[in-house]
Design a protein around this ligand. Sequence first.
Ligand code: B12
Length: 280
Amino acid sequence: MYSPRQVAKAIGVSEASLKRWCDRGLLPVQRTAGGHRRISKRDVLAFVRERQQDLHDPTVLGLPETTTKAQATHAPEALIAMLLADDENALRGLFTSWFLAGRPMTTLFDEGLSPAFHRLGAMWQSGAIEVYQERRSVELCRRALYELTLLMPEPAADAPLALGAGLQNDPYELANLMVEATLREMGWQAETLGTDLPGDTIAAAVATRRPRLLWLSVAGVADEAAFVQAVDTIWQACLEHKTRLAMGGRGLSEALRGKIRYTVYCTQISDLVDFLRSTA
Ligand code: B12
């Protein structure tokens, strides 16, 4: 929680203006036992985002100094440069700036990060970068994605639930975390269960948690018969509990898609957003 003085410094306005905004209800405040105004970080960020304001001093709110609108690029080359320079602050600043600028998460993910990682994979394959650089890039991205979701407003108590997972022998995490962040931004209560999970346990999560949506990210399929069996178990649980099943990932070939059942197939995250908007 921040005082009006701190928030004023972060936004770059006078404390008097800030207090006026609080009193006009533009910024939700809570009162301390002594009656002083306190404002939550999420509310400050929602305010800044809605008014399309630049933060004057983001460090006051614990955000990287690189949080400026100018940082909000999704060019894969820029992302690769940040990742290979191990510049975590730049990446965090970029994610935060992107969110505060109100730009679609899907553009950053589908047109920025996915091609950037594709190229990093090719660089690893050709020996241009070490495997630790690829691994570290995933780590930085994971952390920045997690932090991004912490900046988003808390989902409403009646927000629809979405669960996501990766199937057994599929250790890829980033696409799941990106779907989670995208759904969170849309107001869903979205949770990634984890990766490398057997179909039975995902079906059990559907039966117990009754999500409105289950998403699966498929990066690779080692054993086709086991995969088809696992998806069938999950699909039966989805049918029984009226859960929609969204599938995506570069491991899902057309031939494989013909052998499984699901509600929607997505080549990118924006496909899921379009699907959810068209069926809302
Ligand atoms: C990072 C990485 C890994 C990491 C992952 C770490 C982690 N914690 O996630 C680890 C170390 C596990 C790994 C291991 C391996 N990897 Co690897 N890996 C990659 C790399 C560089 C990036 C993958 C990634 O995260 N991309 C970012 C995501 C966000 O992009 P995406 O998957 O394309 O997802 C987008 C869409 O598909 C879609 N989407 C995906 N899922 C879903 C789901 C829904 C619901 C929706 C709506 C959308 C959606 O939206 C996303 C955003 O647009 C890729 C390169 C590449 N081409 O991607 C190689 C790559 C996939 N790996 C490769 C290889 C060879 C391997 C290993 C075999 C290496 C080895 N010898 O051990 C193992 C195999 C592991 C296994 N059991 O499958 C090859 C695969 C070659 C092939 N065609 O088979 C690649 C292509 C690298 C290369 N150029 O050679 N890898």
